[in-house]
Design a protein around this ligand. Structure first.
Ligand code: SF4
Length: 133
């Protein structure tokens, strides 16, 4: 993943977040970011995989498209509530191997030291918060 892709991704997320409950059409987002439909689709798929956005099918000018919404909370395994800001620190967000990463692949989330370190740090922080209250 190039440095430019990271910047576009962060900018996209900021725009989607600012669109609030209304959301933003995928085509509209592409126009603002000045990217073509292929790059736009890839960007949306990456953000969907990270769980930081959701999309809803919609008809616009007689064509099927998607409206994109920011996801307020991420609940891994349905147990932990994580603030969306934390999602930006998930190592996969900036990982150059994201497109090829998967179970059984050379880059496997089950064996990834970066993801493991992130989860352990998160657990430590949540444990610390639990003790204070
Ligand atoms: S699990 Fe590890 S290798 Fe896979 S995308 Fe995330 S940081 Fe990259």
């Amino acid at each position: 993943m190039s440095k430019r892709a990271v910047t576009v991704e962060e900018e996209a997320l900021r725009i989607i977040k600012e669109s609030g409950k209304k959301g933003i059409l995928q085509a509209e987002l592409r126009k603002i970011l000045n990217i073509d439909s292929r790059e736009g689709s890839r960007l949306i798929l990456r953000l969907l995989r990270k769980g930081v956005i959701r999309r809803k099918e919609e008809m616009y000018n007689g064509r099927k498209t998607f409206r994109i919404f920011y996801v307020e909370t991420v609940q891994p395994e349905g147990r932990l509530k994580i603030k969306p800001g934390i999602a930006l620190h998930i190592p996969c967000f900036t990982c150059p191997f994201l497109d090829t990463c998967g179970e059984g692949s050379i880059y496997d989330p089950n064996r990834c030291p970066y993801l493991t370190a992130f989860i352990n740090q998160l657990k430590k922080e949540l444990k610390g918060k639990g003790r204070k209250s």
